[in-house]
Write a protein that binds this ligand. Structure first.
Ligand code: GTP
Ligand code: MG
Length: 395
C-alpha cells in the first residue's frame, strides 16, 4: 500500500478499525509495553564527563531482554565490545550489532560500551539498547581527550589537509578523521567506562560477521595470554605515515626497555630498515586493555603525539596499534583469529573450512573478495614469521 493511499485511508472508519486492531495485537505482545514506555525511561541523561561519563538503562534492558533465551552458564571474561561512533552511524551500527549478536553474543551477553564526543541521542540509545543482549553503556568523551592538542600548529595542519585532499589521499582533508585516529590510538582505553574491563573487542559500523562462534574469543585471549587478535592485515597508504617508522625507531632508541625480546619487528621492517607498511586492520581488534594502559604503550603514544604526525601527516590508529604490539609484546601474544569470518568494506576474511564447520559461515572461502592471500595482505608474512606452517598454497 502506498504512503499516499495509507494516509487517505487512515481516518476512514475502516482505517480507524485497522489501527485499533494493530494496537490491540501489539499490546498483547510482551515487548509492546516496554517499547511504549521507553521514552520516560530515557530521562536521566547525566552527560558530565567528570561523572562516570555515561548512563545505563538497566530497567529498560531487563524488561526487553527478559524474554531472550538464558545465556549459557560458562565463565565469562571481564570484557566488553567498544564502539566509538556518531549518532548518524546508528543504522550502520545496528547492522554490526545484529551480526555480532546472531553469530556470538546472543549466547554470551557481553556488554557494549558506546563512545562519542557529543551526547548520544535518545534514538541511538533506544535502538542500541534494544538490540544488544548485554548491558549497554554510553560514554561522553571529554573535550580534553578529543580536541586537537594546543601543541599542534593549526596553520601547518590545515595546509597538510589541503595538500592531501588535493593529492586524493583517503580522508586526507579531514580533521575529524585525524581526531578519531588519535583518540583510538591514545585515549579509548582511558575512558572511565573501560576501567572496569580487561579485554575489549572493537566493532565499526556496517561490518559483518560470517560465522557462528562456538567458543568465547575473550576467554581464549585470557587463557592463552594473548594481547592482540586480528583477522585482516594489509599495507598502509604510504602518504599517511611518511615519518611514523623513523619516529618509532627514535622511540626504540630512547626506550630500549620497552622492546620485547622475541618480538615481531620482522613483520614490520624491510631488509633495508624501512617500514614495509604492514599493519593489522584495526576496525576489528580484540585486545588486552592492560597493554594499552601500560607505561610502555603510553610512552610510545606520547612520543608519537609529541612528534605531531596525527595532524602533520595522517597517522592511523591501525599502524600505531600494530607497531606497538609487534614491538612491545612477545610474538606469541599476537593471535590471528582465522575462524572469525569478517567483512569491513571493501575486504573480508572467510575461514576456509579447516578452522570451522563450513555450514556455520555464510561467506565463500574461495571468493576473490577474500583478502588474506592477496598480494596486499600481510598475513602470509605473519604466518611465516609465527611458524604456523600455513602458506599461500596449503592454507
Ligand atoms: N564519535 C565519533 N566517531 C567517529 C568519528 N569519526 C569516525 N568515528 C568512528 O570511528 C570508527 C572508525 O571510523 P570509520 O569512518 O569507520 O573509519 P575507517 O574504518 O577507517 O573508514 P571507513 O569505514 O572505510 O569509512 C567508526 O566506529 C566511526 O563510527 C567522529 O568524528 N566522531
Ligand atoms: Mg570503518
Amino acid at each position: 500500500m502506498s504512503a499516499a493511499l495509507l494516509s487517505k485511508l487512515k481516518w476512514t472508519p475502516v482505517g480507524l478499525f485497522g489501527i485499533a486492531v494493530i494496537h490491540y495485537l501489539a499490546s498483547i505482545h510482551p515487548a509492546y509495553d516496554a517499547t511504549t514506555q521507553l521514552a520516560s525511561k530515557l530521562k536521566p541523561a547525566s552527560w558530565s564527563p567528570s561523572s562516570t561519563a555515561g548512563l545505563e538503562l538497566d530497567a529498560w534492558s531487563s524488561r526487553v531482554k527478559g524474554s531472550r533465551p538464558a545465556a549459557n552458564t560458562t565463565v565469562r571474561a571481564n570484557a566488553a565490545f567498544v564502539m566509538l561512533t556518531r549518532n548518524g552511524d546508528l543504522w550502520d551500527m545496528l547492522r554490526s550489532i545484529r551480526s555480532m549478536e546472531d553469530r556470538f553474543n546472543s549466547r554470551y551477553n557481553y556488554p557494549y560500551v558506546f563512545l562519542n564526543e557529543v551526547p548520544f541521542d535518545d534514538q541511538f540509545i533506544k535502538h542500541t539498547t534494544a538490540l544488544c543482549s548485554g548491558k549497554t553503556y554510553y560514554g561522553l568523551v571529554s573535550n580534553d581527550d578529543w580536541k586537537v592538542p594546543d601543541s599542534i600548529d593549526r596553520d601547518r595542519a590545515a595546509q597538510v589537509r589541503y595538500q592531501m585532499q588535493q593529492d586524493g589521499v583517503i580522508y586526507g582533508g579531514s580533521e575529524s578523521y585525524r581526531q578519531m585516529c588519535r583518540f583510538e590510538s591514545g585515549y579509548f582505553f582511558r575512558q572511565p567506562l573501560l576501567d572496569q574491563f580487561d579485554y575489549y573487542w572493537r566493532i565499526d559500523p556496517n561490518v559483518k560477521f560470517f560465522c557462528d562462534l562456538d567458543y568465547d574469543p575473550f576467554m581464549f585471549m585470557q587463557q592463552h595470554n594473548k594481547t592482540y587478535g586480528f583477522t585482516i592485515s594489509l599495507y598502509e597508504y604510504k602518504e599517511t605515515i611518511k615519518t611514523l617508522w623513523d619516529t618509532t625507531k627514535d622511540f626504540m632508541k630512547a626506550h630500549p626497555e620497552h622492546i620485547a625480546r622475541n618480538n615481531m619487528i620482522d613483520w614490520l621492517q624491510k631488509d633495508d630498515g624501512t617500514y614495509n607498511l604492514c599493519h593489522f586492520w584495526s576496525n576489528f581488534e580484540i585486545g588486552k586493555l592492560d597493554f594499552f594502559r601500560s607505561q610502555a604503550y603510553l610512552d610510545y603514544f606520547n612520543y608519537l603525539d609529541q612528534a605531531g604526525g596525527f595532524y602533520y601527516e595522517r597517522w592511523g590508529d591501525a599502524p600505531v596499534h600494530s607497531i606497538a604490539v609487534s614491538l612491545m609484546q612477545e610474538k606469541n601474544q599476537l593471535h590471528f583469529f582465522s575462524d572469525i569470518g569478517y567483512r569491513h568494506e571493501p575486504f573480508q576474511h572467510c575461514p576456509n573450512g579447516r578452522e570451522t564447520d563450513p555450514a556455520r559461515c555464510d561467506c565463500n572461502p574461495n571468493s576473490s573478495d577474500n583478502f588474506e592471500w592477496h598480494g596486499y595482505s600481510c598475513t602470509a608474512l605473519y604466518h611465516k614469521l609465527q611458524g604456523t606452517g600455513k602458506t599461500i598454497d596449503n592454507h
